[in-house]
Write a protein that binds this ligand. Sequence first.
Ligand code: PLP
Length: 388
Amino acid sequence: MSKPFLPFAMPDIGDDEIAEVVDTLRSGWVTTGPKAKRFEADFAAFLGDASLHCIAVNSATAGLHLALEALGIGPGDEVITTTHTFTATAEVVRYLGADVKLVDIDPATLNIDPRLIEAAVTPKTKAIIPVHYGGLAADMPAILALAQRRGLAVVEDAAHALPTTSGGRLVGTLASDAAVFSFYANKTITTGEGGMLVTRDAALAKRAQVMRLHGMSRDAFDRFTAQVPSWYYEIVAPGFKYNLTDIAAAIGLQQLKKAHAFAQRRTQIAQRFNAAFARLPVLTAPEPPAGELHAWHLYPLRLRDDAPVGRDALIERLFARGIGCSVHYIPLHQQPYWRERYGLTAAMFPHSQRVYERQLSLPIYTRMSDADVERVIDAVRGALGGGA
Ligand SMILES: *Cc1c(COP(=O)(O)O)cnc(C)c1O
């Protein structure tokens, strides 16, 4: 009898989330309201810094867009990011009419290489968007130092990075202009769809709050009278519809309480994988520096040159054994839009290209049992001819 298919990813939703959503549905308030507000406050508490502004949005893509918009990024500007990411990281730059400069990764960490950022800076460069690939912090000390030296903004794509630390501090509390988390279905915590924009910059926060909901503001009225009637608002800009519903926030409130426990379980799985694959013809996932948290959103496995099969064949063999896998990422320089707009070739990004050709992502999520983890290990060993 064959075992049931083990999907690549699955959310971990329990009775707490269900009860909180039911409570919201019964409350009569289903869109942005008290639960979204509480989720923002809880998120700041989770990050342990009351001076942070947390702005709940309906996706990380929306949060990245709002952060760049608030920083004034526009036509004629350039923003530097990694080619080894999801298109959302870069597309938001184009929403604003600015241009994207893609750079290669450091193959040791799979994160953007700060030396290549430096080389890509031009007089038009306004910002850097580092991605904490898979949940391992990018080299933030180097990136923040470079940004300060060259007068650039830094917006962290923290879609994978809850919870991740750099220099012992949680991503979200670093000295960047903003960090944006994702609560998409397969992320480390989920609200179905959702995101959180985190910033210390009060002006950035204010602009993002207004632009999150149609460019609506009640401040102008506040200046003239203490009492703002509930029906009064002013439109100060052509804003967006990026607010998070209370139904989604209800899920987030309960997921956030489990974020550290979830991360501990994924860390256990990653450590088991790294130990089990040590003697195979593979490069195991990069480990965090001692004492740092890695969110382990992804477990990237890379085939060495002496592996008996290629990446595509390995994925097929794992599927045949009932294991779902994925690839992170098909780099942006390989995607028609980005390739054609900027005339990109694989030779410009040798490290990302090589990782793309040899990498697959294994299932790593809290609903996997120990038996599931061993099944993945046996399947990888078997597929690579290492027994089992
Ligand atoms: C998931 C993801 C996003 C987008 O998140 P959404 O919440 O789906 O908008 C952005 N960047 C990276 C690296 C991601 O993995």
